[in-house]
Ligand binder design. Structure first.
Ligand SMILES: [Zn+2]
Length: 411
């Protein structure tokens, strides 16, 4: 336990925050620091073909130790942390034998992890909880995943009695800015399928995610001196509300759950002359997803008809799609993961992700890639925490998947 804890802490104390405003790849230079550190560590534990490529993707191989043919499988995690909250000077707090109550993250600043509000934490009573000091995120998303994959590879190397086929691993940059899969060389990776270790709560096993698009609505107004504006001024700020009010008010993130999709207005920028509304559109169901985009387009044209000119315009861009379409034909890869969980007496929690993962993009790039829990909670903020026991369990899942896959393909 101490070994895996030390490893996790050595990763989270390296700041690897990515940056959505930087067009470079990777979006921040500091991600290289952890990538190089991991490159060295993977060589030291004895993996082969350790390669850190020009785009900051780190790959390595654990060679097969059986004579029969087993499909090459992969494990993937991301090294960057969310741009939403600071990842600088992470100061982890270790709470052993957690008592089920509130955790004081920072006494001076009175920052408390409230066990009633974040009630998921109560299931980890008696365990070792790793938290922040309330001033940064923790980075369990996804350095717990990195820790689990490295430790599982090390375990398999040290336990040659556990039989497995060829395992490929990959650590990606820039997942949090939606680009983790962009320069992933699926062909060079050479796996038949893979798993991202990037889920949350223990037991999570996910192969469905949102279909996702962004939409920018531009409202072109006309600015005229307010004293002479009658019948001349078109106030873009004011009429942009007609678009906002034209969408169903209940189909927003704060009022939806499960398989319910939404329109999410996340940014408004504007003045009388010009106002832009930035939305994201999400739905698990592809047909409903397309309908949502159509709804937005027809709202734009009906508003233009009402005003008698092209005041509203819309640009929609697809971001990613529901991986279910690519996983359904190869459901045995989910079954193997479910069996790996069951061997540890963990009941698989099949959840439809209300977001995307690297795996959803990878699945469409030819590498079917369900997502497995990495163990952390409250991602992207100061209340992020992870039970050490969940990291240990997820490590066992990686080992079990390697072993089960080899068993399945034994003649
Ligand atoms: Zn993540």
């Amino acid at each position: 336990m101490q070994h895996i804890l030390d490893r996790f802490i050595s990763y989270i104390t390296v700041d690897t925050q990515s940056d959505p405003t930087n067009p470079n790849f990777p979006s921040t230079e500091k991600q290289w620091v952890l990538a190089r550190m991991l490159e060295k560590e993977l060589q030291e534990i004895g993996l082969t073909n350790v390669l850190l490529d020009d785009n900051c993707y780190l790959t390595a191989t654990l060679p097969s130790n059986v004579n029969h043919n087993v499909p090459v499988i992969g494990f993937v995690a991301h090294i960057d942390t969310s741009p939403d909250f600071s990842g600088e000077n992470v100061n982890p707090q270790i709470h052993k034998n957690y008592d089920g109550g509130n955790i004081v993250l920072n006494a001076t600043q009175n920052i408390i992890l409230d066990a009633t509000y974040f009630d998921d934490i109560q299931q980890y009573k008696g365990q070792t909880i790793i938290t922040t000091d309330g001033t940064t995120l923790l980075g369990a998303d996804d350095k717990a995943g990195v820790t689990e994959i490295v430790t599982a590879m090390e375990y398999l190397i040290n336990h040659p009695e556990i039989k497995h086929g060829t395992i490929r691993i990959c650590f990606t940059p820039d997942e949090e800015v939606g680009k983790g899969a962009h320069k992933f060389d699926v062909k060079a990776f050479g796996a038949e399928w893979a798993y991202t270790m990037d889920g949350s709560q223990i037991g999570e096993l996910e192969y469905e995610n949102f279909n996702a698009a962004s939409a920018v609505i531009t409202v072109q107004g006309k600015n005229v001196h307010p004293g002479y504006a009658k019948n001349k001024m078109v106030n873009a700020v004011l009429i942009s509300q007609q678009f906002i009010n034209g969408l169903p008010s209940d189909e927003v993130p704060e009022k939806t759950t499960g398989y319910q999709g939404f329109y999410h207005l996340h940014d408004i920028n504007g003045d009388v002359e010009k106002t832009t509304l930035e939305y994201i559109v999400r739905d698990h169901d592809l047909e409903k997803f397309e309908e949502r985009k159509e709804t937005m387009k027809s709202l734009v044209s009906s508003l233009n008809q009402k005003f008698g000119e092209e005041i509203f315009s819309i640009k929609i861009k697809d971001q990613y799609f529901n991986m279910k379409e690519k996983i359904a034909p190869v459901m045995h890869i989910v079954d193997i993961a479910a069996e790996a969980l069951e061997r540890e007496n963990i009941t698989p929690l099949f959840k439809a992700i209300r977001g995307g993962t690297d795996g959803s993009q990878l699945s469409f790039m030819g590498l079917p890639c369900p997502n497995i829990f990495a163990g952390g909670h409250n991602f992207h903020g100061k209340y992020e925490y992870v039970p050490l026991e969940s990291i240990v369990q997820a490590t066992k899942i990686v080992v079990n998947i390697a072993e089960i896959t080899a068993e399945k393909y034994k003649k």
